[in-house]
Write a protein that binds this ligand. Structure first.
Ligand code: GLU
Length: 430
């Protein structure tokens, strides 16, 4: 038993494998004393996942052998509505990482005020090692194994790192086969042909760009002519880079798993996207100089957009960051140690739970459209997205300014308060 005040780790997480969960806990602990006193008895609710499932995912490989993968689905909190959050395929996925990502979903969904709790899932697999049909079998078996956790009014997965609309289509189909009817609302980020939403593909990148623009306005920093460095060239990194370029900025550096590219005159994002689609790597891409991975962090720029994995900006590289504004496209890219260094150096951090919330916001639009079977125009979606992101940014900025908080702490005050107010009025069952 743990009382509401004693710090602890769940028994299945040890100090050695605590991973980003410890960063999430640190963020909650920092914000707890700032919350309304009436909410304090419920803070413990944020410090542990509601439920966590580990599944074995055996699949037949193309060569006839059977391989086993470990999969997870975590419901961090469902006080405000069904669980919501993506599915990640990555060789380094762990339960504690999925717990942290689920915790950040709880806060994020509350920050943009969509009526969802927080959830996340993943499989510990390097998807680059699988053929397309192996990937399909993996996805279908995983969906079947987590079948008791998900449902359109229970928990709604979506894409995350290395998963996409096709993976969502397989998930939706597998779940629907079990139900004996087509259930489009069980996942979001689906192909348009299956009840997907216009604008979903670019939504996270668009949200990153909108919050960057709002932050820049506050600092009096023009986007036109600004230099931007982007880590990650997936769904989030590519789309946000494209939008920065459309607004007159230049992308001076891009780093992904394959390469670190630099061009102080500006990289051609369209050409890089085409090259990446054809070659599956950025190595050898035209119009760029290849630099050492660690040099990415010291590239002279106004905006730095980490849009890859957790803990990328840390105690080792934070002192070298040249940017004026960091916009967290990834979940958890900045460690608390780095955050302290950045604050001292007056570098503004637009936190993940705000900056990358555009994806789940349009996921919410998709879910609503699926339920009502009435689909909106892309213009309508983008406008609503922009409004939600700009309003959330405005409220967080205001609170940060009033109470002299970082944007992350202010976002957590707003997010945690919404979750715990719901928890408080729901009361304790039984
Ligand atoms: N995986 C995305 C995120 O981390 C989107 C989640 C969703 O749309 O449910 O926010």
């Amino acid at each position: 038993m743990t009382t509401s005040s004693s710090p602890h780790l769940p028994s299945y997480i040890s100090a050695e494998n605590v991973g980003p969960w410890h960063i999430y806990l640190h963020q909650v602990d920092q914000v707890a004393p700032l919350l309304d006193k009436s909410l304090w008895p419920w803070v413990e609710t944020l410090r542990r996942p509601k439920r966590a499932l580990i599944v074995d995912v055996p699949i037949r490989l193309d060569n006839g052998e059977t391989a086993h993968f470990e999969g997870y689905r975590v419901h961090h909190n469902t006080s405000r509505g069904p669980g919501k959050g993506g599915i990640r395929y990555h060789q380094d996925v762990t339960l504690s990482e999925v717990m942290a990502l689920a915790g950040w979903m709880t806060i994020k969904n509350a920050v943009v005020n969509v009526p969802f709790g927080g959830a996340k899932g993943g499989i510990r697999v390097d998807p680059r090692q699988l053929s397309l049909s192996e990937l399909e079998r993996l996805t279908r078996r995983y969906t079947s194994e987590i079948g008791t956790m998900i449902g359109p009014d229970k928990d709604i997965p979506a894409p995350d790192m290395n998963t996409n609309a096709q993976v969502m289509a397989w998930m939706m189909d597998t779940y629907s086969m079990g139900e004996g009817r087509t259930v489009t609302g069980v996942v979001t980020g689906k192909p348009l042909a299956l009840g997907g939403s216009l604008g979903r593909q670019d939504a996270t990148g668009r949200g990153v760009f909108v919050t960057a623009r709002e932050a820049a306005k506050k600092l009096g920093l023009p986007i036109a002519g600004a230099r931007v460095a982007v880590q990650g060239f997936g769904n989030v990194g590519e789309a946000s880079a494209r939008m920065f370029v459309e607004a007159g900025a230049k992308i001076v550096a891009i780093q992904d798993v394959s390469a670190t590219l630099y061009n102080p005159a500006g990289l051609d994002i369209k050409a890089l996207k085409a090259y990446h689609a054809a070659e599956r790597t950025l190595v050898g891409a035209p119009g760029a100089e290849s630099i050492a991975p660690q040099d990415f962090w010291t590239v002279p720029c106004e905006f730095l957009v980490p849009a890859a994995l957790e803990s990328q900006i840390n105690q080792y590289n934070a002192a070298g960051v040249q940017a004026r504004i960091i916009v967290e496209g990834a979940n958890g890219p900045t460690t608390p140690e780095a955050e302290a260094i950045l604050a001292e150096r007056d570098i503004l951090v637009v936190p993940d739970v705000l900056a990358n919330a555009g994806g789940v916001t349009v996921s919410y639009f998709e879910w609503v459209q699926d339920f009502s079977s009435f689909f909106w125009s892309e213009e309508e979606i983008n406008q609503r997205l922009e409004r939600i992101m700009a309003e959330a940014f405005g409220a967080i900025w205001q609170l940060a300014d009033d109470r002299k908080l970082s944007l992350r702490t202010a976002a957590f005050v707003i997010g945690c308060s919404r979750v715990l107010e719901a928890r408080l009025v729901r009361g304790l069952y039984p």
